[in-house]
Write a protein that binds this ligand. Structure first.
Ligand code: SF4
Length: 410
């Protein structure tokens, strides 16, 4: 199983469009605001989004503010602990500047401490990266933009049904990089294992992006969900996913980034010093967060919960006062918590702290379990810390499976 299969499964559950190295983040809260609209739904998209008419945008902003008001009133203490905000989607940059202003002013009036938080990220898609929208977001404290480029090859963008071209992607990248002089941090996303993509094609994209001026790059292997348009094309044999090239593409991308001065602080995330995403590190460190919007997940007091995922159902739920009984509740038992601690720690460069795991969960991982993985050169152990090395990053699912004790009570 590839590293991203297991990742995608949990990411889908958490709905973070949309993930501790130098910065230790504990006991902080994150706020995720979902914007569920895209100009066109990409052929591979498996997220909670819709290509909705722009007349819905205003209604959506009103509803998100209503949801925030109800939930902040239920637990006002959450507001005071917010340290990161993430505007994800969907496509947050699709909202016209005036509506974004209305939403962020409204959240500010409800008590979101925009001026005191550590990081405020907004996802941007190339076709809606208008300067007015970016500057308007910056007025509200957005200090980090994450650009969805996915590929620098027009034929590949077309095959996965993206609506932008490489030219539009490059123009957006240029606009964002110009904002770096105003203290803005810029991240960009790429995908690999695209239909008929070659290793050279992907590594060349990575090299170009690494030299472009961005401080953070994420890359993910394409996950083809069977019910998507792309899934149908693959099933009919119209497109072929180069699954056998996964390892070479991933390792080629890592090598190119490390040569360019980026360090892998998480399996799919690479940063220059102080460019790491604080918000995503909070997810990986099992910090608490709230999500607003259809299907956006929250995690608090060992409980994951989410409102309805379908837009129309979510709209009714908000209009009815966000009744607790309609929440999708998922309490995290001991077994699941241990799995997440092992898996989320190993995803990160800092690795798994065996002493902390033993202390917090009364679970120990025996040396005889570690030894075969050390011999395969998939992990290394230094004092109480276990880290992935070499092909261990590609074999992460197998490593996690080998490390999780099988006799944990649920
Ligand atoms: S831009 Fe992202 S969220 Fe929007 S349709 Fe494409 S894959 Fe889905």
């Amino acid at each position: 199983m590839h590293i991203d299969n297991i990742y995608t499964a949990v990411v889908k559950r958490l709905n973070f469009a949309s993930i501790k190295y130098l910065i230790l983040i504990k006991s902080m809260n994150g706020l995720y605001i979902h914007i569920p609209f895209c100009g066109k739904v990409c052929d591979y998209c498996d997220f909670s989004v819709l290509a909705a008419p722009s007349r819905l945008y205003e209604e959506y902003v009103t509803l998100v503010l209503e949801e925030a008001k109800i939930r902040f009133t239920m637990d006002p203490s959450f507001l005071g602990r917010i340290q990161t905000v993430y505007l994800g989607g969907g496509t947050p940059s699709i909202l016209p500047a005036l509506l974004m202003k209305k939403m962020l002013s409204g959240l500010s009036e409800l008590g979101v401490p925009f001026s005191q938080i550590q990081e405020f990220t907004m996802e941007v898609n190339p076709e809606s990266a208008m300067v007015e929208r970016l500057e308007n977001a910056m007025d509200f404290g957005v200090d980090r933009f994450s650009l969805g480029l996915q590929s620098l090859d027009d034929s590949l963008l077309q095959k996965i049904g993206r609506s932008h071209t490489v030219k539009v992607g490059m123009e957006a990248l240029e606009k964002l990089i110009l904002l770096s002089s105003q203290g803005i941090r810029v991240s960009a996303d790429l995908m690999f294992q695209l239909p008929n993509q070659t290793v050279e094609n992907f590594v060349s994209d990575v090299r170009f992006l690494a030299s472009s001026g961005v401080g953070h790059i994420s890359f993910y292997g394409l996950n083809v969900a069977p019910h998507t348009v792309l899934g149908t094309h693959v099933r009919k044999g119209l497109l072929e996913i180069p699954e056998d090239l996964y390892r070479d593409m991933y390792n080629g991308g890592v090598e190119a980034l490390e040569r360019a001065g980026f360090h892998r602080y998480e399996v799919s995330n690479f940063a220059k010093p102080r460019e790491e995403s604080i918000h995503n590190q909070n997810y990986w460190n099992l910090g608490e967060y709230w999500g607003l919007g259809p299907g956006a997940h929250s995690f608090q007091n060992n409980m994951r919960f989410a409102g309805p995922q379908t837009y129309a159902v979510w709209r009714n739920w908000v209009r009815e006062g966000c009744p607790h009984k309609a929440l999708d509740l998922d309490p995290i038992g001991k077994k699941e918590r241990i799995f997440e601690k092992v898996w989320l720690s190993l995803r990160q460069e800092s690795g798994l702290d065996l002493d902390a795991l033993a202390k917090e969960e009364t679970v120990s991982i025996a040396s005889k379990t570690l030894l075969p993985l050390i011999e395969k050169k998939w992990i290394e152990k230094e004092a109480n810390q276990v880290r992935l090395v070499g092909d261990g990053w590609v074999m992460m699912d197998s490593v996690v499976e080998a490390l999780i004790p099988h006799n944990i009570p649920t």
